[in-house]
Design a binder for this molecule. Sequence first.
Ligand code: SDX
Length: 427
Amino acid sequence: MPDTLTITDNRTGRQYDVPVADGTIRAMDLRQIKVNEEDFGLMTYDPALQNTASCRSGITFIDGDRGILMYRGYPIEQLAEHSTYLETAYVLLHGKLPSAAALETWTEQVTLHTMLHENIKHLMRAFRYNAHPMGVFLSTVGALSTFYPDAKQIFDEGLRELHIQRLIAKTPSIAAYAYRHMTGRFYVYPDNDLSFTGNFLNMLFKMAEAKYRPNPTLERALEVLFILHADHEQNCSTNAMRSIGSSQADPYSAMAGAAAALYGPLHGGANEAVLRMLEQIGSVANVAGFIKRVKAGETRLMGFGHRVYKSYDPRAKIIKKTADEVFEVTGKNPLLDIALELERIALEDDYFVSRKLYPNVDFYSGLIYQAMGFPLEMFSVLFAIPRTAGWLAQWEEMLADSEQKIARPRQIYTGSEQRDYVGMGER
Ligand code: SDX
């Protein structure tokens, strides 16, 4: 049988054979379907792009029904077990595991760019003490585009690589400065002797000690959390990164937009929303009543559900295991029991089962972050740091894709017919 779709337009009786490739038809192949020569031709209508492939990508594979997630073909479970965030970032950007020498060079290059321009401190001082750190983060990422004007040369491979290293290296520093600003503490400079996550903990929590010694369990927990959050194919913020990047904006400006998309409570802001929900529930005894309100449509069970995963998010499983290891060090987060009871009830209740609502990456991650001492407002920033690698890998792939051009969707016009301007006197 041919790989085609035969479409009969009942308005005209005409038939069209449209090629099927990779489980898709090309939307542009529908434009030939017209009722007369003046007709623009058919378009697809797909609000929120729920059934539209916007690109070809070899970076991340998700099977939502089977709960499979792979970066460049490597299962997320194996990367979380054996890899580090910087090695995973290399995999996302370069397509395969690095040799020992390549990883050493990559680590050195990133480590050398962790410092921020001193003016960033003055920029941050402009924010109120209670400014949300994600607003500070995305503003500062955008501001960095003014410090590196040559980032506009996006087709210069060497410059592109340099700015990718800068963004991966500087996002933890920006996050740490934002945290120190909101807590009224002095800024801590990077310590290049430490690992990527060890230095991040240093810049966040170092006080009067001569040299900060990160707790190895917490350092490794952050590595795992960063690996799990590094990419997730065409999610909302990656779509923003690709769309902004398609106008050939520089990567700092594109990433400021991606971070803005991640900020939303339905996306990367969900981990903060989960903790607020758990605190609002307050005790295990109140869980049944809360579930009733969710089922009545009065509120959402934050940290549950996913556009792609219609089974348990594989990342949530790994995070749950990591939580136990962190709680060994920090003490158990008292909100954990409420989360476990919510999950127990939801996984048995037909309202959630029929809608295929399972815990996603955000359901347990916040419990770990809070136990590690992070305020709720920092959680979406902790998501943005590792997603930087994914955003940049997707951005580079888009630039290299000869099929891509500036993103400019069409619309169905629902506004007024033409009408004449009426002077103020006649209104
Ligand atoms: C992330 O895309 C990615 O990959 C994102 C991410 C990544 O790594 O980049 O995985 C990270 O953003 C994870 C998702 C974090 N967000 C939340 O936890 C917020 C709570 N979840 C939802 O709001 C929702 O599940 C979404 C936004 C995640 C997905 O929404 P969809 O696919 O648009 O589904 P929907 O809103 O159309 O819901 C379908 C049905 C509806 O019920 P009915 O109208 O059919 O009766 O399921 C219900 C919804 O009301 N529903 C929920 C629910 N999520 C969906 N009901 C209660 N609680 C929820 N959490």
